[in-house]
Design a protein around this ligand. Structure first.
Ligand code: GTR
Length: 425
């Protein structure tokens, strides 16, 4: 190799090693032939044709695969959680809502850690309210400009557009993400909203699991999760379930109508949360893509190798054995969607978000319909996606593809409210 070629090669390898391979496939004709594992065929070869067999045989099998081979198992270590309502202001949002901040205090023999749960509950509505609960990327204070929202002290990713420097937030980033969280709109529809900053649970960078909540779970002598134990997505999910523990104690909240919501990596998280914790009434995955709603075996857009290289801390170590070996996967994401049954789930894509494979996101919902049918619940069973900006709603899986890019827009929330209204009212 001459020097020039050598330099090119080094740059190419560097480019691939940070996860963005030049060979990303965006061509439908190059999607490999693949066979999806049958969701209703048990490991022992039994055809599953009743709710009973699904719930007692196949569902536990499928859940175990996702848990041991992808998102990771939750360690058994005792970690206690105490909730302290630190702030309650009933004149928030010009008197339209009650704002609460709840400290979630986690402790184990290894130490203590704190996260803050922010709630907006509509005023003037009768009885406990249905809620959306989700994680956010930069801090609770970015969701809405209200000065009553406390700033967090955790690590935050730098983002000059949001005035976040030196990995710390200050007043300048208040409300910078309000376009993704139309709080007033949600409140006016009679829903509450709960949010937690995901970095309060586990900062989103690969530090071999030394910060955030992971270390609280280590056994004596352990310094990182084992091969099958959880990564960050598993831990973020666990945090959402602990928030639901609190919501169950709050008389203003209807704990049977809590819908877990998330965008992108946090949409992967909302699906995994809803699947594991059947107390959630429904799950919404907004543009969750690879490792979320999109089928891995299509190898369209982001692939397993790319995601595991770029974000080695999201899934467990075991999952890396499927890097560039999608054909060996004994499961695919349609089975994750199936695990939501009989509860409703909403999968949303964006037209410009090819990286997340909108078609693969739609199809995982499609291939989940046999499980909803076991429950006699109608779910979409048409392999062709609806037109752009046309939602296909059903009591099982609902779907839309919004025009525009990877984001959360007002359109998405209008549909999520419409979706929720169908089963919470
Ligand atoms: C991308 C990643 C996606 C998605 C996205 C996000 O870089 O490749 O899987 O999760 O980040 O979370 O914004």
């Amino acid at each position: 190799m001459n020097t020039r070629k050598n330099i090119c090669f080094i740059f190419f390898s560097l480019f691939c090693s940070i996860g963005y391979s030049q060979e990303t496939n965006y061509d439908e004709s190059k999607v490999p032939n693949f066979e999806l594992p049958k969701v209703l065929l048990s490991k022992s070869g039994k055809d599953v044709s009743s709710v009973n067999d699904w719930e007692n045989i196949r569902r536990p099998e499928v859940l175990k695969m996702f848990s041991e081979q992808m998102y990771g198992t939750v360690p058994e270590t005792e970690v206690s959680v105490n909730f302290v309502v630190r702030k309650e202001i009933n004149t928030a949002l010009s008197g339209e809502a009650t704002l609460k901040e709840i400290d979630m205090i986690f402790s184990s023999k290894n130490g203590r850690h704190k996260a803050s749960l922010l709630l907006f509950i509509p005023n003037g509505v009768k009885g406990p309210v249905p809620m959306f609960l989700g994680l956010n990327f930069y801090g609770n204070h970015t969701v809405n400009p209200s000065l009553e929202i406390s700033l967090h002290q955790s690590f935050a990713r730098n983002n000059p557009n949001f005035y976040i420097f030196n990995n710390r937030v200050d007043d300048n980033s208040r409300g910078v993400r309000s376009s993704r969280w139309p709080v007033e709109y949600i409140i006016r529809q009679g829903y509450g909203l709960g949010v937690i900053y995901y970095g309060d649970l586990d900062p989103d960078f690969d530090d071999d699991f030394q910060n955030g909540l992971h270390p609280l779970f280590y056994k004596d002598g352990q310094s990182r999760p084992t091969e099958k134990e959880w990564g960050s997505i598993g831990l973020w999910s666990w945090g959402l379930s602990r928030a639901l523990d609190y919501l169950e104690t709050d008389v203003q909240v209807d704990e049977e109508k809590v819908i877990v919501f998330g965008h992108s990596r946090l949409g992967k998280t909302s699906l995994w949360t809803g699947v594991q914790d059947e107390r959630f009434a429904a799950a919404i995955s907004n543009d969750s893509g690879c490792g979320g709603a999109a089928l891995s075996k299509r190898e369209f857009g982001e692939t397993l190798q790319v995601i595991n290289n770029a974000f080695p801390h999201w899934f467990n170590d075991y999952f890396t054995r499927y890097n560039d070996q999608e054909e060996d996967l004994p499961f695919d994401q349609h089975m994750l969607i199936s695990l939501m049954a009989p509860r409703p789930v909403y999968i949303a894509s964006a037209q410009g978000d090819e990286w997340a494979d909108p078609k693969g996101e739609y199809l995982s919902g499609y291939y989940a319909h046999p499980v909803y049918e076991l429950y006699n619940i109608q779910s979409y069973n048409d392999p062709t996606p609806p037109e752009v900006n046309e939602a296909r709603m059903s009591p099982g899986v609902s779907y839309h593809m919004r025009s525009g890019n990877h984001d959360v827009k007002q359109y998405d929330w209008v549909k999520y409210i419409e979706f929720a209204d169908r089963f919470v009212r």
